[in-house]
Design a protein around this ligand. Structure first.
Ligand SMILES: Cc1cc2nc3c(=O)[nH]c(=O)nc-3n(C[C@H](O)[C@H](O)[C@H](O)COP(=O)(O)O)c2cc1C
Length: 228
């Protein structure tokens, strides 16, 4: 075997070891979301902002659960209604979660991340350099198949509006939890939808990057002070 062929064989073997097939992936159960306490709402509004510098540090499952519950979780179990409003309570916005481990779908009923694909699609969720640094990229996908009570011409308008609430809930959660986030419309939707294996009635509306803020490099005098 030539060197190049052997090299690629080793690489694909390593990749196969690292990434299980989609049907071998396990659902990730999320801890119960912490729905009390936290930063007061007015303070979270005062601190809400867009950030574009992320650390690669992974989010703990509790933060994932809290953030996804804020995004589109069930806050009234008796009716199944959500933390974010949707026109005619259509609940057409699905929150996909792109991480190094693969692509998952937030299932608010089971409070779990349901596996979709074993591939790391993070860089396909947008076109900006910081995306690859962050552990989590959310993709908000509208399922037009659920919008049966809407005029076809109204579907895009309501799907986009409903996504805005989900995104703002993520912004407020991130402000309260000290996380960095940016919602993104600068997305190549067709290749992303293809890579995510979406149905034709599913539309990528926006993406949103979430992670810890990148730590500022130590100032020269701090570096000096740290020396023995
Ligand atoms: C619908 C929408 C799409 C956006 N798309 C992008 C984007 O693709 N990339 C990006 O870096 N920021 C994006 N942003 C973030 C805005 O640039 C940001 O919200 C704006 O500059 C105001 O800053 P602030 O959120 O800190 O108030 C988007 C915001 C919205 C509401």
């Amino acid at each position: 075997m030539k060197f190049a062929a052997r090299f690629f064989a080793v690489l694909s073997f390593a990749a196969a070891l690292a990434a299980p097939a989609a049907d071998e992936m396990k659902a990730i159960p999320l801890p119960k979301p912490k729905t009390d306490g936290g930063m007061p709402l007015m303070q979270a509004l005062a601190e809400r902002k867009t950030s574009r510098e992320f650390s690669a540090e992974k989010l703990p499952l509790q933060a994932m659960s809290d953030m996804l519950w804020a995004a589109a979780g069930i806050n009234r179990p008796e009716s199944g209604r959500r933390t974010s409003p949707t026109a005619k309570n259509c609940q057409e916005i699905d929150v996909y979660v792109a991480m190094a481990e693969g692509l998952f779908l937030y299932n608010p009923k089971k409070n779990e991340l349901t596996p979709v694909l074993a591939d790391d699609l993070r860089t396909l969720t947008g076109k900006q350099a910081f995306i690859k640094d962050a552990p989590v990229n959310l993709v908000f996908v509208a399922d037009f198949a659920k919008m049966t009570n809407f005029q076809p011409s109204d579907k895009e308008l309501y799907a986009a509006t409903d996504t805005g609430y989900v995104s703002q809930n993520v912004y407020l959660y991130c402000a309260a939890a000290g996380l960095a986030t940016v919602v993104r419309g600068y997305v190549d939707r067709e290749p992303l939808a293809k890579a995510m294996k979406l149905r034709p009635e599913q539309r990528v509306i926006l993406a949103q990057t979430v992670g810890y803020p990148k730590k500022a490099a130590a100032k020269p005098e701090e570096k000096h002070a740290a020396k023995p």
